[in-house]
Design a protein around this ligand. Sequence first.
Ligand SMILES: [Fe+2]
Ligand SMILES: [Fe+2]
Length: 234
Amino acid sequence: MDKTFSRRQFLRFTALLTFCFPFARDLCFALEKEIGKNDGRFPLTIKILKEAYNAEIIAQKHYGSYCQKALSESYDNIAYLFSALEVSEKIHAENYKKLIRSLGSMLKDPEFSLSISDTKTNLNRAAKNELIKITDTYPYFFEKLSAESLDQAVLYCMYSWKSHKQHEEIISDIKRYSGIFFRPLAKKIEKMRPNYYVCEICGATVDERPKMPCEICNYPLAHYKHLKRPEVIR
Ligand SMILES: [Fe+2]
Ligand SMILES: [Fe+2]
């Protein structure tokens, strides 16, 4: 009889254990650390993947809060955009998390404080941060990753980088309204009926029903998920 305790079996077992005995969580983490121990491969790649993961988590949490702020200011369409970006960032973070764990390294969520302002300021900040990721952060990651050339790491970073380009374009379109007449002009945006779709593989974000396979990862259309509008509670 094969007595090998596979990683998959281990994960199933620990999920069941933590469900039945929540206090066992710490023990499971410790066991997982032992079983999934990194063997020293790809140290620089893991470091960069963790930096990328942190950046995506911080972006995801900010977009979630921007969404709530926009809803509270009655900018429902802008809230919808922020919620789509939140989903996309979560996919990027999950991709990194998967890869970091498969390399046997542990991961901790970053500690940071949210910086939330009014929707006009949040939009400007979002555009600026997306641009920094496109021009600085990801080119830096690509350069560092080239030392160890782990294909999957480069691919996931490429997914994120290209998605951020889409984010920046969509935000910039709306940001054109963020001058001194932001409020009346932003209200015009609220008359539009955007439909956001996000690719669950790469986080590609589009504002209308896609007709072709994903332009970033090339996966079939079925991987695009239509996003519901965030709930308005007033
Ligand atoms: Fe991202
Ligand atoms: Fe995709």
